[in-house]
Design a protein around this ligand. Structure first.
Ligand code: CA
Length: 235
């Protein structure tokens, strides 16, 4: 595998420089951007594998920029959020960030998260192992476009966390999947205390299902255990 490239989007010079040295010491290629414009310049000129982004940025903030990043296949996204800003964290995950870390963060923790996520995203064959289309209850999960198509033909482009979670469910119909299994599939990391990542992702997937009239409850909560997909996968 080529050396992964990390793009740091952060307007605070000290934090940005610290992150740059941190990841360069780990052997990664590191690029810096102060704002969304610079971020897009890098995307045009480099192959970027992982974005580490502050939420509070001048101009377009991180939550807006995240929507622009999540459509790029095989790019991971980790958010840096202010302390105690639960709203930002939840929003970030809903928009499709793979992970988040609260400032001030532990550098070691961040490099571990980055490595885990890169192991997931930089495996270019990751999505190719899947059948390109899986049909269930009138829905289609399309691995080529990473989208979910409703029985009435609405198409939802999925952030990779939602796609990976749904893919795991479809491979294990009827089985209870724990939050630990789901977080590992989504981000390559372990579950943390008060981790909302899995629940936010499941809520997002349910919202897609609920967009249909007469929606079935395809993912049920198994209290104290996890979630179970109770639809029927064709073929
Ligand atoms: Ca900032």
């Amino acid at each position: 595998m080529q050396t992964p490239n990390i793009l740091i989007v952060e307007d605070e010079v000290v934090t940005r420089t610290t992150l740059k040295s941190l990841f360069e010491a780990e052997g990664y290629g590191v690029f810096e951007a102060e704002n969304g414009e610079e971020m897009h310049d890098h995307f045009e000129n480099q192959s970027i594998d992982l974005v580490i982004m502050d939420i509070n940025l001048p101009g377009k903030n991180g939550l807006i920029l995240a929507r622009e990043v999540r459509d790029k296949k095989n790019v991971g996204l980790i958010f840096l959020t202010g302390r105690d800003n639960d709203v930002d964290r939840i929003l970030g995950l809903e928009i499709g960030a793979d992970d988040y870390l609260t400032k001030p963060f532990n550098p070691r923790e961040l490099t571990i998260r980055a490595r885990n996520l890169l192991a997931r995203t930089s495996n270019a064959n990751e999505d190719e192992d899947l059948p390109s289309k899986v049909n269930f209850n009138g829905w289609v999960l399309d691995g080529d476009s990473r989208s979910l198509i409703s029985p009435s033909g609405n198409e939802f482009r999925l952030p990779r966390s939602e796609f990976r979670a749904l893919h795991l469910f479809l491979n294990n119909p009827g089985k209870i999947l724990t939050r630990e299994q789901l977080i590992l599939e989504m981000t390559g990391r372990e579950l943390r205390t008060n981790d909302r990542t899995v629940d936010v992702t499941i809520r997002r997937i349910r919202k897609h299902f609920e967009s249909e009239p007469d929606a079935e409850d395809l993912i049920v909560t198994i209290h104290g255990e996890g979630y179970r997909f109770c639809g029927a996968v064709d073929g």
